[in-house]
Design a protein around this ligand. Structure first.
Ligand code: ADP
Length: 619
């Protein structure tokens, strides 16, 4: 920010001006949301004042009620929104209304950069806060006075075109009074009935009285404290829309209360869609904490586990001390107790939903499964319940469909003691790779772990129903004997010799080479010989360029029945150089199937040599 004259005229930060240009010029239809945004800011400012009142003795204008007053002046074409909240100092005016302080507007600009179009829709989705006033205003003036006893009054004003002014003013009350001078075509927002309609729609649940031209419009009802059977479906939905600041309908709702181990009322919602999309980063927790209807924190970080950050709604506990601050919440035994009780109850609710309506639950899991997996991978305290809620694709599900672990266990073959899984980036990679064959041949179901978080889920969960998880590419895997597959095979002695020779050709890159029982159709596969580090983790280290520190420990298994393997055994004596090339290529193919091939470029030259040999071979 820079001053252009006398230090009372300032330029907007470039990002703010960019945002303003979009807000002013876009053909957004729901301009009315600016009322919601300003009322919500006013309510936040009142909430902050209430916190200040707990700790500070001297507050300017301490006798003022915590309320919001809105006045319409049709003749002048203005709408005024006044709150008696904390107000702003001169520095805060510059910081808050001249730069982008607000995560919603940041997310908006980011999404805009990514989508490149459809600005109007994005405004509705993110809410651009204070700046939304410029959708309807030709000029906005903010009269404000901070709660600090030694502060001064100021007037901030701007037309949204590059710069704004700040002047000192006398006789200002505590808080903010925002006067919006409406553009000719938006004069409707100076009409009482129109503003009333908007407040009805968006601000009914604001926790402070809102007066419109002297008349209170909201009834301050705390829906979550009322009894379930007297609340209408629409009221819930409306409350959800308010609490989540959204226009969709909730996917799930859980309203419950408890008296022991502590008194609490909770009203929780799961939205339609996951909010963490398009790389917008982590969202803030969305369940507000109240104590006897009084808002303590609208985005408390330590109330619920991080992986429940997708939940929206309210928790109210009368056992909490009113003066609990955001800082002390973390150390509060009560908050920890709330956390446990609510998390358990919500997980139980999900279990019931999964039982009652498996299809609906599968839809939920598609959108929000990631969060539950994050919980199962990182949170030790709920991992058993979470394991019941996790779903995976498997060799027995259709593509895109999933199974629970309980269902997997119910289908286990007699004598099967372990739960098998394969980690890969796609279903197709598993089905065309060499690892599934051995399990198919034995009619064993295998879970498909297709997301990076999945492997952490199984390694943290360790077992389900007493059965441990076992990776299909693990070297020491014990599978029951199957009848020797039909077809010719190398003899035992020949196989042993071939393995030794292959080990010699491949050198340090491989631990052991052996003939295995797993392979049916593929000539060879790579096995993980390092129990401490799975193939997946190795792939991740590779991605992070750390493979130099991770000694490769893989074994290779060959299929002595496969024509190619049998050919190599013969080729060794007739054309050793070509046999070596083929051996190298076999190894690289197996590594590629395991996702472990670092640099395929070296292969091209070799394949060309092999092709040359193949095409010049006499029939
Ligand atoms: P947000 O409210 O989401 O943070 P805004 O762009 O709407 O984003 O507002 C930016 C900042 O301006 C707020 O974070 C707050 O610090 C300050 N602010 C806005 N309105 C008021 C108000 N009525 N009283 C006090 N401060 C306010």
């Amino acid at each position: 920010m820079s001053t252009t004259s006398e230090s009372n005229s300032f330029s907007f930060q470039a990002e703010v001006q960019q945002l303003l240009d979009i807000v002013i010029n876009s053909l957004y239809t729901d301009r009315e949301i600016f009322v919601r945004e300003l009322v919500s800011n006013a309510s936040d400012a009142l909430e902050k004042l209430r916190h200040v009142q707990i700790t500070e003795k001297k507050i300017f204008d301490d006798n003022l009620n915590l309320e919001i007053n809105i006045t319409c002046d049709e003749n002048a074409g203005t709408l005024t929104i006044q709150d008696f909240g904390i107000g702003m100092t001169r520095e805060e005016l510059v910081e808050n209304l001249g730069t982008i302080a607000h995560s919603g507007s940041k997310a908006f600009l980011k999404a805009l950069g990514e989508s490149g179009q459809n600005n109007a829709n994005l405004i509705g989705r993110f809410g651009v806060g204070f700046y939304s006033a410029f959708m309807v205003a030709k000029r906005v003036r903010v009269f404000t006075r901070t709660w600090h006893p030694e502060g001064k009054g100021y007037c901030w004003s701007s037309e949204g075109k590059g710069h704004y002014e700040i002047e000192e003013v006398e006789g200002q009350r505590r808080g903010c009074k925002i006067i919006i001078e409406l553009q000719e075509e938006h004069k409707e927002f100076a009409k009482n009935w129109r503003v009333k309609q908007i407040l009805e729609r968006y601000s009914r649940f604001v926790q402070f009285p809102i007066h419109l031209d002297g008349e209170q419009t909201n009834k301050m009802q705390a829906l979550w404290l009322r009894s379930k059977n007297e609340i209408k479906e629409e009221e819930y939905t409306e409350f959800y829309k308010f609490a989540a600041n959204t226009s969709d309908e909730p996917r799930y709702r859980l309203h419950f209360n408890a008296d022991a181990p502590l008194a609490l009322n909770a009203l929780l919602f799961v939205p339609q869609n996951s909010p963490e999309i398009q790389g917008l980063g982590r969202i803030d927790p969305g369940v507000a904490l109240h104590c006897r209807k009084i808002l303590i924190d609208s985005h408390p970080k330590d109330l619920l586990p991080e992986w429940l950050r997708f939940l929206k709604g309210v928790i109210d506990s009368e056992d909490l001390p009113l003066n609990i601050s955001r800082e002390t919440m973390q150390d509060s035994a009560l908050v920890r107790k709330l956390n446990t009780v609510i998390t358990k109850r919500f997980l139980k609710f999900l279990e019931e939903e999964a039982g009652k309506n498996p299809e609906g639950y599968a839809e939920f899991f598609k959108e929000f499964g990631f969060f539950l997996k994050e919980g199962a991978a990182t949170d030790f305290s709920h991992r058993e319940t979470l394991a019941k809620l996790i779903r995976f694709e498997s060799s027995l599900t259709e593509a895109g469909k999933t199974t629970s672990l309980a269902d997997y266990v119910s289908r286990m073959k007699e004598g099967q003691k372990e739960i098998y899984y394969i980690v890969a980036p796609s279903r197709q990679a598993i089905e065309s790779g060499p690892y599934l064959e051995a399990f198919r041949a034995r009619n064993l179901e295998v879970l498909f772990l297709l997301e990076p978080v999945d492997e952490f889920v199984v390694s943290n969960t360790r077992e389900f129903d007493g059965k441990s998880f076992v990776a299909a590419d693990q070297d020491d895997l014990q599978l029951e004997e199957t009848p020797e597959p039909a077809g010719e095979s190398l003899g035992a002695e020949e196989t042993k010799e071939l393995c030794l020779w292959l080990r010699g050709v491949l050198g340090e890159r491989v631990g052991e080479v052996s003939a295995g029982k797993r392979l049916v159709e593929s000539p060879a596969l790579i096995l993980n010989a390092d129990k401490m580090m799975s193939m997946m983790m190795r792939r991740m280290m590779k991605a992070m360029n750390q493979e130099a520190d991770a000694p490769v420990k893989v074994n290779m298994e060959i299929n002595p029945r496969h024509q190619l393997i049998r050919n190599v055994a013969t080729l060794r004596s007739t054309n050793e150089p070509l046999a070596r090339l083929v051996a190298e290529q076999l190894f690289d193919n197996a590594r590629a199937a395991a996702g472990l091939l670092e640099d395929p470029r070296g292969m091209v030259n070799r394949i060309n040599q092999i092709l040359e040999a193949a095409t010049s071979a006499k029939p």
